[in-house]
Design a protein around this ligand. Structure first.
Ligand code: SAM
Length: 212
């Protein structure tokens, strides 16, 4: 795996793309994206979530679809222009808040029972990616789902490929790997944190509350 010295593709690159184009990856119009988004939502197996984190939400097209499955969505993007456009698109979804944050450093507080990383982790190099992954695992509530989906194309911009992201986190991960799909153009993987009940039944201890 090529390891670039720079840890990530920086914010300025994304601001430049969004300044030139309202929708740099044609998320609103491309049939390929629509079909991939539908597979992404389908891979949640019809579950509903209390609080979700959408990492790198861009202009909010996928965020809108996710929001229909969640009581609350925290959507974040490093680009101020993307955040502006996502807020506009999601203005009729009061349960969605959109923030300009650069992850993993500016990880929102609290726990999430869904964390979605769609087409974002390959912008980080191996070290940053693993650091971010550990942050996501810690922020995942018991029974929570961490869903990742990335294209399998070669890019001169990204420090790692989509396949490398999926291979790396699969071998690093402490969560249960509960679903995997490899299509010619993208990969989708779902990981889940055991519920507290599952972990105690396997002999792991839960800290005592001190109550008798
Ligand atoms: C290719 S777009 C993916 C958009 C969306 N998740 C989807 O699949 O439709 C990647 C987005 O991630 C954002 N991004 C890149 N690095 C980020 C970081 N460190 N923290 C937050 N957002 C980031 C970019 O600004 C860009 O909007």
């Amino acid at each position: 795996m090529a390891q670039r010295l720079v840890p990530r593709v920086y914010r300025g690159y994304f601001e430049y793309l969004y300044a030139r184009n309202e929708d740099p990856w044609d998320y609103e119009t491309r049939e390929y994206e629509r079909a991939k988004y539908e597979r992404t939502i389908d891979s949640l197996d019809g579950r509903r979530f209390r609080r979700a984190l959408d990492v790198g939400c861009s202009i909010g097209v996928l965020t809108r679809m996710v929001a229909q499955r969640c009581d609350e969505v925290v959507a974040v993007d490093t680009s101020a222009l993307a955040v502006q456009r996502a807020r506009r698109r999601l203005s009729d979804f009061p349960e969605v808040s959109v923030h300009r944050s650069t992850l993993p450093e500016q990880m929102p507080d609290g726990q999430f029972d869904l964390i979605l990383c769609s087409e974002v982790l390959y912008y980080w190099n191996r070290d940053l990616l693993l650091r971010a992954w550990d942050t996501f695992e810690s922020a995942l509530a018991p029974n929570g789902v961490l869903l990742i989906v990335h294209g399998r194309f070669q890019s001169h911009t990204c420090p790692v490929t989509g396949d490398e992201v999926h291979d790396l986190v699969t071998s690093h991960c402490a969560l249960d790997h509960t679903f995997s799909e490899t299509k010619p153009r993208y990969r989708l993987d779902r990981f889940e944190k055991q519920s507290l009940a599952d972990s105690t039944s396997e002999g792991l201890t839960v800290p005592s509350t001190g109550c008798s």
